[in-house]
Design a protein around this ligand. Structure first.
Ligand code: NAI
Ligand code: 13P
Length: 338
């Protein structure tokens, strides 16, 4: 199959590396200088250091040629959420496209499939999501993904493209649930990072008496899942999706795995670094930073209570310290769990 991956960050590059073992893969980057360098070095030192780009993978800066290459095959949009709308606008009618980004669009508050409906309703669209750190996928470490689309043939095309002995690809007919899971887990990973970071700071100060520990981590993950499900149900998702790879699976991975950029944001905020300094240090996108406020706005418009998200928005906007956010969550009125 001919596959074009649009966006040569960590995740686009990792999937391109995997797929190029069996398919003819084009990897488009907007930076022509990067393409020149990648063609000669066969490396992506900026976004995925140490991973060799196989010969079956062709880096290109020519977007039209990349789109042409995937005619009758598959296009993967691998930009952050902020680039999705711009990419979809350039794709031809009838193209088969999946995106990898996880979030709500800042400003409009839309999920990917809603953006697609708005800008290019004649595309065949879906999402590829699930617990998957790019570095592990690039290294061929066992991973399971989910391809979600209302179009079952398109989800199957994703299986044909990426399913292998190292990478299992499940299908789902619930793009709404899969997208809500991917967006909300990023915000929860910031929250868990924040709590774990407060713990590390307390250990460094040799006073862990009331610091958040493993109990707090489990509570945030579980109550985070409850927030994710409430919002998903209000937006029309299927409940069982949140018990799957793109819900609980990705939430657990991102909230507890130190490779997560969103978790790192929380850990570093708890150390007292400014958000600007953290984003510079990461050098990669941390979608939760940009979509937390839109998750909250979307929840409020549906009358959905999302207290952890609300606290994270206040921390990210500098209105609450990490400790005050935790105190606020602990101080909420008692209520029934379900
Ligand atoms: N890195 C990972 O392990 C995973 C990432 N994702 C999601 O995939 C998306 C991309 O993540 P990464 O590749 O890790 O990001 P990254 O920060 O490593 O790279 C982003 C890439 O997109 C390009 N880019 C940025 N803004 C753009 C725009 N407006 N238009 C076109 N290109 C643009 C950058 O030049 C860079 O090549 C994010 O939404 C992320 O949440 C999903 C699963 C795993
Ligand atoms: O989505 C991811 C893993 O599934 C990557 O998470 P981060 O963007 O937090 O690194």
């Amino acid at each position: 199959m001919n596959i074009s991956i649009l966006g040569a960050g960590a995740w686009g590059t990792a999937l391109a590396v995997q797929a190029s073992a069996r398919h003819d893969v084009c990897l488009w980057a907007r930076d022509a200088a990067w393409v020149e360098q990648a063609r000669s070095s066969r490396l992506n030192e900026r976004y995925l250091p140490g991973v060799v780009l196989p010969q079956g993978l062709t880096p290109t800066a020519d977007l039209a040629a990349a789109i042409e290459h995937a005619q009758g095959g598959l296009i993967i949009v691998a930009t952050p959420m902020a680039g999705l709308r711009g990419m979809l606008k350039q794709l031809p009618d009838g193209a088969s496209v999946l995106w990898l980004c996880k979030g709500f669009e800042a400003g409009t508050g839309l999920l990917g499939h809603e953006i697609a409906r708005e800008v290019q309703p004649r595309l065949r669209v879906g999402i590829l999501s699930g617990p998957s750190f790019a570095q592990e996928v690039a290294a061929g470490q066992p991973t399971a993904l989910v391809a979600a689309s209302a179009d079952a043939e398109l989800a199957q095309l994703a299986v044909d493209a990426f399913h292998s002995e190292r990478l299992r690809v499940y299908t789902s007919c619930d793009p709404v649930g899969v997208e809500v899971g991917g967006a909300v887990k990023n915000v929860m990973a910031i929250a868990v990072g924040l709590a774990d970071g407060l713990r590390l700071a307390a250990e460094a100060a040799d006073d862990v008496s009331a610091a958040p520990g493993l109990n707090a981590r489990a509570a945030l993950i579980t109550r985070g899942l409850a927030e994710m499900m409430r919002l998903g149900q209000a937006l029309g998702a299927r409940t069982e999706t949140f018990m799957g790879l793109s819900g609980m699976g990705d939430l657990v991975l991102t909230a507890t795995g130190d490779l997560s950029r969103n978790r790192q944001v929380g850990l570093l905020l708890a150390q007292g670094l400014s958000l600007d300094a953290i984003l510079k240090r990461l050098g990669h996108v941390a979608e939760g930073v940009y979509s937390a406020a839109t998750v909250l706005a979307r929840a409020r418009s549906k009358g959905v209570d999302m207290p952890i998200t609300e606290a994270m928005v206040a921390v990210l906007q500098g209105q609450l310290t990490p400790q005050a956010a935790l105190d606020l969550l602990m101080g909420r009125q008692a209520r029934a769990e379900h």
